[in-house]
Design a protein around this ligand. Structure first.
Ligand SMILES: Nc1ncnc2c1ncn2[C@@H]1O[C@H](COP(=O)(O)OP(=O)(O)OP(=O)(O)O)[C@@H](O)[C@H]1O
Ligand SMILES: [Mg+2]
Length: 220
């Protein structure tokens, strides 16, 4: 307490990339890349095909071993974590969305959304249904992925990624397989759902128009 007021802790970033460098053999993708994201912030990672967007997201998600530099989640380096500890932390801390939805074909839309809940031991069908309703899919909850349109499948994938209320959502070309109208809708829904959860969002895309207005990080 200071002057009767609680001391507000320094802002702890949801995600910090510190001096990241990465290369495949003789190809250097980025050198000394640093940035930080606070709760609720969104950032677009832009760059042409082959510039390293997917590689960067995999480093940020702890899916690819760091070469140089560090990645911190909530102030904690992910470097020292064992594979098992990292996997457990990733499940609760992050949500991932890819270009292809990767829904499980034999599970309904709702069951797919609940998968992160089964993995983390927090199964809450009412929350899953609420999320589906928020993306306009209340009536499709029982359908299998094959009975959904491409845009609907991607909306299910977005909702699944947010099910555990992650601090960080990492989306890699999440609308790459959709037409313009659906792409805009999915991105808009993703940002709208993430905001009240305080989830920081990173969207990697080569589509500059889609992410107009978001602060950006450019890979060459
Ligand atoms: N496992 C690997 N081994 C060697 N080179 C790789 C490997 N994975 C990716 N690369 C190369 O690294 C570069 C960056 O790839 P990455 O997939 O990160 O780019 P990207 O920006 O996501 O591209 P796109 O927009 O096409 O998805 C490419 O030249 C790619 O060929
Ligand atoms: Mg990519």
């Amino acid at each position: 307490m200071r002057n009767g007021l609680p001391i507000v802790p320094d802002n702890i970033f949801i995600l910090e990339a510190q001096s990241l460098s990465f290369r495949y053999a003789e190809v250097s993708l980025f050198r000394g890349l640093s940035f930080a994201l606070s709760s609720g912030e969104a950032r677009a990672i832009l760059g042409p095909s082959g510039s390293g967007k997917t590689t960067l997201l995999h480093l940020l998600a702890g899916l690819l071993a760091l070469q140089e530099g560090d990645v911190r989640w909530n102030g904690q380096s992910i470097k020292g974590l064992s594979e098992e500890a990292l996997a457990r932390r990733r499940l609760s801390y992050t949500g991932l969305v890819f270009q292809h939805h990767y829904l499980q074909a034999e599970l309904s839309a709702l069951e797919n959304v609940l998968v992160p809940g089964y993995l983390s031991g927090q199964v809450d069908p009412a929350w899953g249904k609420e999320l589906l309703a928020q993306v306009g899919l209340a009536d499709q909850a029982k359908l299998l992925p094959k009975a959904l349109s491409g845009g609907e499948r991607q909306r299910v994938a977005v909702v699944r990624a947010l099910y555990n209320r992650p601090k960080l959502l990492l989306a890699d070309e999440p609308t790459g397989s959709l037409d313009r109208r659906n792409a805009e809708r999915v991105l808009e829904l993703m940002l709208t759902l993430a905001a009240p959860l305080g989830t920081a969002v990173i969207v990697a895309t080569h589509d500059e128009h889609l992410v107009q207005g978001l602060p950006e990080l450019r890979l060459a």
